[in-house]
Ligand binder design. Sequence first.
Ligand code: SF4
Length: 284
Amino acid sequence: MSNTIIKAPCVNLSSLETLFIEMTAQNCNLKCKNCYINFNEKKLKDFIPIEKVKQALINIDRENLKYIYFTGAEPMLHPDFNHILRLCLKYSSVIINTNAVNINDKKARFLRKVEEENNLDNEIIFMISIDHYNEKENDLIRGRGSYRKAIHAIQSLIKYDFNPILTIVNYQNIDEIELKNKFKELCLSFNFETTDINFKIIPYIDKNKMCELSESTDYENLNVDCTKSRTLTLNGIFSCPLLSSDNRGKCGNDLTDYSKRNYLETSYCAQCCRYNRKLFLLDL
Ligand code: SF4
């Protein structure tokens, strides 16, 4: 029997430029087939308390902080969503990763006002999840009615001068150029003129797939989310949103004392490193 111990590769955080805030780990109003979250049978009240967000913002190094992202499950279900948004806008622009079910004209108008209230020029940027340009195909993945809700939300946001980014999990592994062109056509059909920045295509990460780390990957020079960010959750600081419910992703309890080194041990990491691209962060 060989006694060789294979060391887990390690990724270092170069600087904490982005803070993901997991607003809730389990609450969502859709049930998408391609979601990376393992949902419990029981609904949990797991919304992050505003005090925890306040403390993290006090502890974070403001010099380096560029963006705050709201993630979830569905971040807009947080009962203190507006309050936390206003608070975070005092620190940086805020990017909301949402299925957009809760966005309509009234909400978009309100959020436009919230953005204008802050005098630091920090923006609210919406990342709207929609996974196929065809309604039937999208709804097979994301559930009946989800396509219309997303399109309606995009239209409401444009009406109030937001420039939403469509977040597309490429579940069917369609050629990315073709996928983007089809989405551009779709957007044009309701007079939304887009450029490449309006699309974030994400390869599908299968939570049930067992995947080994590849020996040929250059782990010193990876271009993945955990090189620039950490995730604040109810249970502490984690390396990235994919691992926010996995103890192997835990980096510490709070932002005063957390690990900048992250050992890659999960199937999620193996899949992520094979793609070697940022799955959550935008290239802004
Ligand atoms: S899944 Fe990717 S971004 Fe997350 S900790 Fe693993 S390597 Fe880093």
